[in-house]
Every structure is written in C-alpha cells, then in structure tokens.
Design a protein around this ligand. Structure first.
Ligand code: TRP
Length: 435
C-alpha cells in the first residue's frame, strides 16, 4: 500500500511568502514523490475557532485554495478538499470525543496557553475559552485518523496534537478493534530541511510580527516596497558585505539555484550596494512568483472553478471516509436494528464451537477436571484434588487468565496435543467471557 500523507491548512489570513517557502512549496514537491498518496485540506472548521467574521472566513478559504492551485498543486494526484465538505469528520470527532480523557485536553498547548494567560492576568482560568478551542485537538485527530494517514507534515507547534491523535487512535483501537488496528497511528513529520523564512526584520516571517512579504497581493509593486524595507547593516556601496549575516541573503537563497547563491555572495563581498542587492532579489522572486500570480488572478476571477475542484476533491475524500465511518459505527455498536437479532444466533454458534471444561469425581474419590475441544477430544487433563473447590478454583483461573495460568496449573496436555492448541483454546474462552 502507498503511504498516506495528510496535512491541513487553517483558513485564516492570506498566505505570505513565508507560508509559500515554509509550507506550500515543500508540500507540493513532496506530493509528487512516487508511492505517496497526499491529502491536503482547508481546515475551515478549525478556522471557526479563531474567527467569528463570516466574510473573513469566506475570503480566506478562497484565497488559500487559489494559492495552492496557483502554486502548482496537481489535484489529479492529490486529494484536495474542504474539511467542512466531509460530514464524516465531525461525526468521527464525536466518536473520538467519547474516548478522549478530559485531563489530556487540559494539557493541550493552545488551551493551556489561554488558561495560563488568564491566570497570570488574575482572570478566571477559562475566561474566553470556547469548547471549540478546548476540543481543537480532537477535531484534528479526526482529520488525521479519518484517512488513516501515516505521515503528517506540520510545524513544530503542532507536534503535540499529532501525539494526541496517536493516543486517541490507539485507545479507540484497543476498545473497539477486537485485535484489529482500525486506525493507523500517525507520525508527525517536521521538515528540518526547510528553513523558516526570515521576515523584514530578521525574525521569523509572520503576520503577528507584521514583517511579511506578500506572496501575490499588490503585485510587483508591493513586492518591491516590502523588499525595500528589509533591514540590512549600514555598509555603503563599494564596501565589502558579509553575506552570511544578512537575512536578505537567506530570503534570496530560498529562490536561488546553488550557482545563483554563490554569485550573489561573491558580488556582496565585492561591494554590491544593498539597493542593487534588493533589486536583484525582487527580480529573482518575481521570476518565480510572477507566473503563479497570473494563475492566481485567473482563478480568483473564477471562483466557480475553484468550487468545482473542491467539490471533486470532496467526492474523492468521501469515497474513503463514508465506508470507513460505516465500519467505525459498527465497531462502536451503532448498528441497524435488524442486526440485533443476528448476533445472538452468532453467539450460539460461536459458543457451540468453544472448548469446554468438565469437572467430575472418579472412583478414587478425588476431584478432576478436563478441557475438551468442540469435537470432544481432550486438550487438558488435571490431576486429582482432595477438594472439589480446588478443581473449581483452577478452572476459574484458566478461564479468566488463559494461558498465563497454564504454567502453574497441575495439568497435563491431552495425548498428542500441542501446547499452542491449548493456548488458543483458552484464549477463545477468555475472549468469550469478556463479551
Ligand atoms: N491545526 C493545524 C495548524 O494550525 C491545522 C490542521 C488542522 C491540521 N487539522 C490538521 C494539520 C490535520 C495537520 C493535520 O497548523
């Protein structure tokens, strides 16, 4: 089976150059690898947690979808959809909510940060905390487990959420899987290779620092303006510059070939002015981003095309989610009423096939028991006991502890019987007792 890679993009805000270099571009490149089946989705239910402005939600979903498509996402290869188009996700969220420990959610970073900030400010711990924020990791676990993703590329801040998804998935498997792995347990994947792009002031490029370079917004003019604001040292034109200390160079590196990187460094060492360096940087970024910006504009002018692509993505995603959720509903006991009569008959049949213990007294006055297979052959034969209670005690232990009690029990295997066969028979009895 191919490996499933899944990641979600929270639809708040407008993507900037840092999002492109740090997340969008590497995800698209990775989706082209052979043997990989990628699921990328707009996490718009998650966006609702942080934003109660419907127009911003709408706008951001459109812009982010258009950005990914313009950046070269191949929706024939990748399943690209909106979380909110998959009703199976909130339904699975509930099944998972029912097996998630509240204490674990208390420790989730996003909630804990809010609670700690409240306490530091002398407010009530949960002031302003919605259940959406509190349960955020469960919705995220449903996103991931719904598609049995093996790998989940995320930023470092999301690693705890992936661990929670593993945990919840494991608990669900244990409770309802009957020895089968219903869910694949996902692995977080942090892109160590991809350096986070520095912003205008050298800190990580982020909207919250107000140091971003726009990706498409405002065209080449805004790009030029932003690059002009990149902070450099005050070396004059003609003075040699240290390329390795300059974040302008780091941004350049993100778009340059190895040869271009070398040439740029050499020119700076030889005294290239920062003004000219910025012009080169604008030209380099524009060479990459320009053609994408045109595709972006064309898509934004035809939202119905984006809608159609996402609807098709939802169809593909639901082709996986719908049958899987049906299986999960079965597993937890949400079954058709007509099925209720059947399990009984099945249990009868099943019981008939189980091995049985028999206790009896021999002519020597001692008490014995034996375990016989469904066909009557003897699997285990006990020694004689003075008291019936003793024999009964061993039978009880073997029935509840199974093979674990076999080592101590005063019994012998039946003639020609393999120990493994006895262990299997006991395991079947233990399982039946738990039903
Ligand atoms: N919470 C993620 C973020 O803010 C977005 C997200 C939602 C996600 N569901 C996901 C990421 C599932 C990976 C897998 O970045």
């Amino acid at each position: 089976m191919s490996e499933r890679v899944l990641t979600g993009i929270t639809t708040t805000g407008t993507p900037h150059l840092g999002n492109y270099v740090g997340a969008i571009r590497p995800a698209i490149v990775a989706s082209r690898a052979p043997g990989v089946e990628s699921f990328f989705f707009l996490a718009d239910y998650h966006a609702l947690i942080k934003c109660d402005d419907p127009d911003r939600i709408e706008r951001s979903r459109l812009e982010i979808a258009a950005t990914w498509l313009a950046a070269g996402l191949d929706t024939n290869r990748v399943t690209f959809y909106r979380q909110s188009d998959i009703p199976e996700i909130p339904e699975l969220t509930w099944l998972l909510t029912c097996v998630t420990a509240k204490g674990q959610m208390n420790r989730a970073h996003a909630y804990k940060a809010a609670a700690d900030a409240n306490e530091a400010a002398g407010e009530e711990t949960d002031a302003g905390v919605t259940m959406g924020l509190f349960c955020y990791p469960i919705l995220m676990a449903a996103d991931i487990l719904m598609f049995n993703a093996h790998r989940v590329p995320v930023g470092r801040d999301q690693v705890q959420h992936i661990e929670m998804a593993r945990d919840v998935g494991q608990r669900f498997n244990h409770l309802f899987g009957r020895g089968r792995e219903l869910f694949v347990l996902p692995q977080a994947e942090i892109e160590e290779e991809v350096a986070t792009l520095p912003g205008l002031d050298g800190r990580k490029m982020s909207k919250s620092y107000d140091n971003t370079i726009p990706l498409f917004e405002g065209g080449p003019r805004r790009l030029k303006e932003a690059v002009a604001r990149i902070v450099t040292d005050s070396r004059l034109p003609g003075e040699p510059k240290d390329p390795d200390g300059a974040h302008l160079v780091t941004i350049h590196d993100a778009f340059a070939t190895p040869a271009q990187r070398e040439a740029f460094r050499a020119e700076l060492r030889a005294g290239l002015s920062w003004g000219e360096a910025k012009e080169r940087l604008v030209a380099l970024i524009e060479a990459h981003v320009g053609p994408m910006r045109e595709r972006y504009a064309a898509l934004m002018a035809h939202p119905e095309q984006i809608e159609e692509i996402l609807q098709e993505g939802a169809r593909k995603a639901r082709a996986v989610a719908t049958p899987f959720l049906a299986e999960l509903r079965q597993a937890v006991g949400l079954r058709a009423m007509t099925a209720v009569a059947q399990p009984k008959a099945k249990v009868e049949a099943h019981k008939a096939a189980l091995p049985v213990f028999k206790q009896y007294r021999e002519a020597d006055g001692r008490f014995y028991f034996k375990l016989s297979a469904a066909d009557g052959s003897v699997l285990l034969q006990s020694q004689g006991f003075a008291e019936g209670r003793e024999a009964g005690g061993w039978v009880k232990r073997l029935k509840t502890e199974g093979a674990a009690a076999l080592g101590e029990a005063p019994v012998e295997l039946g003639e020609g019987v393999q120990r493994a066969a006895v262990e299997d028979a006991l395991a079947a009895l233990v399982a039946a007792a738990q039903e």
